[in-house]
Structure formats: C-alpha cells, structure tokens
Ligand binder design. Structure first.
Ligand code: HEM
Length: 145
C-alpha cells in the first residue's frame, strides 16, 4: 500500500557522540592547533617538550582528545593504552605548568564558539585532567631568580 517513504523509522536515530556534537575533527584540530601556538612561545612549557618539532606532539594530543570524546580510536591503535599520568612522569608538571597549559587551552576553547553546555563539558574535563597530571610542587617557573 505504501512505498515506505512515510513509514515510521525502522530504528531509533543513532546516538551522537560529544565528538560529533562538538563539530568533529575540525573542532579538535582547531583547538589543539591553537593550544600548541601558545605552547610554542611559552617559557615554562616549551622547554619541557623533548622534540624540536611540536608537530608530532600536536598530533598525539589531537588523537587522544578525539578518542576521549567518542571520535576515531586512532590514538590507542598507534600508542596503546593512554596511561597519561605515567607518560607525563618524565616531565615536572607543577601548578605553574598546569595553569599555563590550561591558559593556552582556554584560548583555544574560547575560539571554538561552542554552545555553552558543550563548552562547559569540554572545559570541566580539561581542568580535571590537567589537575590530575600534576606530579610535583617543585617546578621550573621560566624566570631566573
Ligand atoms: C597539566 C599540564 C601538562 C603539561 C605540562 C603537559 C606536557 C606534556 C609533554 C611535555 C608531553 C610530551 C610531548 C610528546 O612527546 O607528546 C606531553 C604529552 C602528552 N600529553 Fe600532556 N601535559 C599536560 C597535561 C595534559 C593533559 C591534561 C592531557 C589530556 C587531556 C595531556 C595529554 C597528553 C598526551 C595525549 C600526550 C602524548 C602521550 C603519548 O602518546 O606519548 N597532557 N604532555
């Protein structure tokens, strides 16, 4: 009787991930790129990065964040289990480094112009994650005293 075009859908809509809701790859690429522009000139953070080229570090953070928010699982395919605290153990992450890390992220988050609820979700996570990465209270401050 009917060609089906006016039928009710055969299955519920696929649930969207925060990754998709936030704008997918383009959003995370912009966020991480803006963040690393800040790191590149930061007197505390820049010396902590072992490689002269920040490109590969940018790529790793991008893959990790995309995976965390429900995007492609490329990070784990290439790097294995994140174990982020362990991977940060070689770097002295104190409150100063954490605050600078978050300040560069804040610039990136602000420029995304996300809807407030998604922005809050993303920001709360970044603050929590950065806090959990602190592994010293004895850190370089980037200024000679
Ligand atoms: C709190 C201040 C932080 C500092 C100073 C810091 C610093 C660093 C440094 C120096 C590296 C090595 C660069 C590389 O070779 O990839 C690194 C790697 C990385 N960081 Fe952080 N980080 C911080 C917080 C975070 C947070 C909050 C996250 C996640 C939300 C994160 C995710 C990563 C990832 C995914 C890698 C690459 C790990 C790997 O696969 O080797 N970092 N970080």
């Amino acid at each position: 009787m009917s060609d089906g075009s006016r039928d009710v859908p055969a299955e519920p809509p696929a649930p969207t991930t925060p990754y998709e809701a936030m704008g997918g790859h383009e959003t995370f690429r912009r966020l991480v790129h803006r963040f690393y522009q800040g790191v590149a000139t930061d007197p505390v953070l820049r010396p902590m990065y072992p490689e002269a080229d920040l490109g590969p570090a940018e790529e790793r953070l991008l893959m990790f964040l995309e995976q965390y928010w429900g995007g492609p699982r490329t990070y784990s395919d290439l790097r294995g289990h994140p174990r982020l605290r362990l991977r940060h153990a070689p770097f002295p992450v104190g409150p100063v480094a954490r605050d600078r890390w978050l300040a560069h992220m804040r610039v990136g988050v602000d420029e995304l112009g996300l809807p407030p609820d998604l922005e809050r979700q993303l920001w709360d996570y970044l603050v929590m994650a950065a806090d959990s990465m602190v592994n010293t209270f004895d850190e370089p401050t980037g200024t000679s005293t």
